[in-house]
Design a protein around this ligand. Structure first.
Ligand code: HEC
Length: 127
């Protein structure tokens, strides 16, 4: 008769176990998602200030052919390259059809991450 007494306990604990393993990863996912969102927002804010002090001089007024954020027609062939390539070109500089993009916009003290965040900000304003 012990079997009959143990079975419900055993079934209940299985149920409890089941609901635990189902909920735990969900909560974790939600947490990382909001953390990632916050990090992305912070990076955009950093990118904005980097852009305004180091890139806007050329990019806000089309100096030497610098593409203005928001100018969809000038960005439509640039954005498909993806952030990684766009950032690499902004970091290393390049000679384009329209003009010369100096490495890091001419400000060597900027880190690669700072330049990348400025590029992400420019893209976010154009999309
Ligand atoms: C001295 C002027 C100047 C400054 C400062 C400058 N740029 Fe540029 N940038 C250019 C020009 C000109 C082009 C366009 C070249 C072309 O496509 O012919 C360009 C193009 C770009 C592109 C597009 C690349 C592509 O493949 O189409 C990105 C991204 C970019 N710049 C990012 C930046 C960032 C980020 C900064 C600030 C850290 C910055 N630029 C500062 C002149 C400048």
């Amino acid at each position: 008769m012990t079997f009959q007494r143990i079975l419900p306990v055993w079934a209940l604990s299985l149920l409890l176990l089941g609901s635990c393993t189902k909920e735990a990863p969900l909560e974790k996912e939600e947490l990382t998602e909001s953390r990632e969102e916050a990090a992305a927002e912070k990076q955009l804010a950093v990118g904005k200030s980097i852009y305004e002090t180091n890139c806007a001089g050329c990019h806000d007024s089309d100096v030497a052919g610098a593409p203005t954020p928001g100018d969809k027609s000038d960005w439509k062939n640039r954005i498909p390259q993806g952030v990684t390539i766009l950032a690499k070109k902004a970091i290393e500089g390049y000679d384009g059809k329209k003009g010369m993009m100096p490495p890091k916009g001419g400000n060597d003290v900027l880190t690669d991450e700072e330049v990348t965040s400025a590029v992400k900000y420019m893209i976010s304003r154009t999309k």
